[in-house]
Design a protein around this ligand. Structure first.
Ligand code: CA
Length: 227
């Protein structure tokens, strides 16, 4: 039986990825490095440091120094902060969460985000949906996605086994993290990548939007055999 549903946040609960992408692209461009905005959807879920190394290796054939990384990540975060007022809830997210709540299953959020005010924001946007003790953020883990650690910690916090949970993810490396934690993973393709990418990374099911998932989530929870 499915006792918990673990949700990624950016690109699943919030339509925030376009702003992360814009903040990355503008910051990197200010250094004279051109990048393809769509690539950031592939890197989604990786740490800032890892993303910067990929971009530096492509442009200069070397990793970035710690000083460069710190400066770039600070610029990116500042730009994202400026844009964050424009972020809206992902269409369909409320309906998916309501269905899980109605069925009485636990709702866990597993995000690489490290915003201090995250829980307050979640509570304001989705009232009476989340519990603080069922939130996994960047502060809780040593290794971010695609390592399975964030999702393993999510299972631990919810006190459920891997085969008693479902993950909802939008990013290839997020899917990989959940699949390596041995959890049944639903890919929701809310960005510009071809859908097959999520199944290639191990998603058991793929939907084109959270609206589509909302129409199916009850059946999935009640009928999926994960053993
Ligand atoms: Ca995501």
């Amino acid at each position: 039986m499915i006792r918990a549903v673990l949700f990624d946040m950016d690109g699943v609960l919030y339509d925030s990825m376009p702003y992360h992408v814009r903040a990355w692209h503008e910051t990197i461009l200010s250094l004279g490095i051109n990048s393809d905005p769509d690539d950031y959807y592939l890197y989604e879920g990786l740490t800032g440091s890892f993303t910067i190394d990929i971009l530096f290796n492509r442009a200069y054939g070397r990793d970035a120094t710690d000083k460069e990384k710190m400066w770039i990540y600070e610029q990116k975060s500042r730009r994202f902060e400026e844009l964050s007022d424009y972020i809206t809830l992902m269409p369909g997210a409320c309906e998916v969460l309501s269905a899980v709540k109605k069925l009485g299953r636990q709702i866990v959020v597993v995000t690489g985000s490290g915003q201090q005010t995250l829980f307050k924001k979640l509570e304001k946007d989705f009232p009476e949906t989340f519990k603080k003790e069922l939130l996994v953020t960047a502060y809780d883990v040593t290794h971010g996605k695609p390592d399975p650690e964030p999702y393993l910690l999510g299972l631990k916090k919810a006190k459920v086994a891997a085969n008693e949970a479902i993950v909802v993810e939008n990013a290839p490396f997020g899917v990989q993290s959940a699949v390596e934690a041995k959890i049944f993973t639903i890919g929701v393709n809310t960005g510009p990548l071809p859908s097959c990418v999520l199944s290639e990374f191990g998603a058991a099911l793929t939907f084109q939007s959270m609206v589509d998932l909302a129409k199916n989530i009850e059946t999935i929870i009640e009928t999926t055999n994960t053993t």
